[in-house]
Design a protein around this ligand. Structure first.
Ligand code: ADP
Ligand code: MG
Length: 247
């Protein structure tokens, strides 16, 4: 019994069209509690669309998404409620520019979870400490580096106590010297047991942190497996070509 980990997310035959453009093609994915799944693949392969469908930022054209045995697409779930369980971190941070860092972090818990200000702030300060920004609570996002902004965005996502965190190329907008500080925070979360689906071009991170790596191309999951298999012995020609280009 203890061997079979609880399934957190079960996606079956998920398809998405934009007009006539078939962007996701019957994609299946099962994520278990505590798993870190990295999605790699060339630009335009549907990775962001896939994450956006998981988080209901896009409505899939067909297929199913079950979150802990609940049918997410059946209309019974309120999107806001679902997103309290499934957080997302974007390439572009999307912090509120006219709110101080601390208010960026406390806003969702206060408005969506009715947390009182003091309580939300105590927790926000703890989260800032966790992402290495203990002294940045009282500043505006504009005064932060990209790496610091992204760490605030992670703290903001964590403030909702998500059970699953989605990352869409969280380090792709960063100067190279700032990538490491963000990946370290993500690695720390993975080590604490956070369930994560991470779209990334950081192959070192995928190799080291992922339990499973998925290679997507042209709207398909072309290949998936343990990082040692995907990076060490990819079976599909397309995967091999992609890795030869990026590694
Ligand atoms: P990736 O994240 O792998 O680069 P995307 O999911 O962003 O890929 O895009 C996959 C395909 O879907 C691309 O052809 C892209 O042009 C198209 N696409 C993405 N978002 C939209 C949208 N909002 N409207 C129309 N087409 C889109
Ligand atoms: Mg993308």
């Amino acid at each position: 019994m203890s061997e079979t980990k609880q399934s957190m997310l079960t996606i079956t035959k998920l398809s998405k069209y934009y007009g006539k453009n078939h962007v996701l093609k019957k994609v299946n994915l099962n994520v278990k509690k505590g798993e870190v799944v990295c999605i790699i693949g060339p630009s335009g392969s549907g990775k962001s669309t896939f994450l956006r469908c998981i988080n209901l930022l896009e409505r899939p054209s067909s297929g199913s998404i079950f979150y802990q045995d609940n049918d997410v697409l059946d209309g019974k779930w309120k999107t806001n409620e679902y997103r309290q369980h499934v957080g997302m971190v974007f390439q572009g941070y999307y912090l509120f520019p006219f709110k101080k860092v601390i208010d960026n972090i406390t806003m969702a818990p206060r408005t969506l979870k009715n947390k009182n200000k003091a309580e939300a702030e105590v927790e926000a300060l703890e989260l800032l400490k966790k992402v290495g920004l203990a002294d940045k609570d009282d500043v505006y996002p504009a005064s932060l580096s990209g790496g610091q902004k992204q760490r605030v965005a992670i703290a903001r996502a964590l403030a909702m106590h998500p059970e699953l965190l989605l990352f869409d190329e969280p380090t792709s907008a960063l100067d190279p010297e700032l990538v490491g500080e963000v990946l370290r925070v993500m690695k720390g979360l993975a080590e604490e047991g956070m369930t994560m689906v991470v779209v990334t071009h950081e192959m070192g991170f995928a190799r080291e942190v992922a339990n499973r790596v998925i290679f997507m191309e042209g709207g398909y999951i072309v290949e998936e497996g343990a990082p040692e298999e995907i990076f060490g012995n990819p079976k599909n020609e397309r995967t091999r070509e992609f890795l030869a280009r990026v590694l």
